[in-house]
Design a protein around this ligand. Structure first.
Ligand SMILES: *Cc1c(COP(=O)(O)O)cnc(C)c1O
Length: 226
């Protein structure tokens, strides 16, 4: 299958899942995760209408952005080192991996100096795996409170990664918990604004993520191949 065919197949699966769980297809958007692809393939994805692209390594991400940025919306989805913050916030529209206070402080500082507001997702380590980045659910509310004081960060949602090789049931409970946490943040009015998004679901689990309320799917291999 070529890229267009894979995209059509993925869109069909999204549509069918939305239909079966009673959601509207336009509530769920695709971020085409282009981290393993070339500039040429990324450009092809943009031309096929995948207007949201996700990259995870700052160096590669910045060179791709330089080549292609006028086309599309750019999401930084990987672990972000503090010393790369300036390069990333200058270029990317969204950061999905706000996972620690030192990073929040650095984003706030650099965004203030550039006089911009950075849209961020707080990454939550719902599954509690040692290997995963993210704020623990128990620490989320105090973390969010502190971030809510930062004038150059706008929290647009929560992000998580499900355990990679787990049963559907375990994956589902991770996604469900993330949605509960987002709803609690809104109920408690931690931010002075509504936090709408859930960035969850990858190639191997996006249908479950849709059923549990995902608004952004981060899809790599199902679109671009292994
Ligand atoms: C690579 C990556 C993805 C995409 O993974 P696939 O399984 O290839 O869909 C999604 N989110 C993050 C944070 C990633 O690093």
């Amino acid at each position: 299958m070529d890229l267009q065919e894979r995209l059509t197949a993925v869109e069909h699966r999204i549509q069918e899942t939305c239909r079966s769980c009673g959601r509207k297809k336009d509530e769920v958007q695709i971020i085409a995760v282009t981290k393993y692809t070339t500039i040429q393939v990324t450009e092809q994805a943009l031309q096929l209408g995948m207007s949201h692209v996700g990259e995870s390594r700052a160096k590669d991400a910045c060179s791709k952005w330089e080549a292609l940025h006028l086309k599309g919306t750019w999401h930084f989805i990987g672990h972000l080192q503090t010393n790369k913050v300036k390069e990333v916030v200058k270029r990317f529209d969204y950061i999905h991996s706000l996972d620690r206070m030192s990073l929040a402080k650095e984003i706030e500082k650099k965004a203030a100096s550039l006089n911009i507001t950075v849209k961020c997702f707080i990454q939550v380590n719902v599954s509690g795996e040692e290997s995963k980045q993210g704020v623990s659910p128990n620490a989320l509310f105090s973390f969010a409170n502190e971030v809510s004081q930062m004038k150059h960060i706008q929290v647009v949602g929560l992000m998580t990664m499900a355990p990679f090789e787990s049963k559907v049931g375990a994956t589902r409970s991770v996604f469900r918990r993330l949605k509960q946490l987002r709803d609690e943040l809104n109920d408690q009015k931690i931010f002075g604004y509504h936090v709408p998004h859930l960035s969850m679901g990858m190639s191997n689990d996006f249908e479950v993520a849709i059923e549990e309320g995902a608004t952004w799917l981060r899809l790599g291999s199902v679109l671009f191949g292994e």
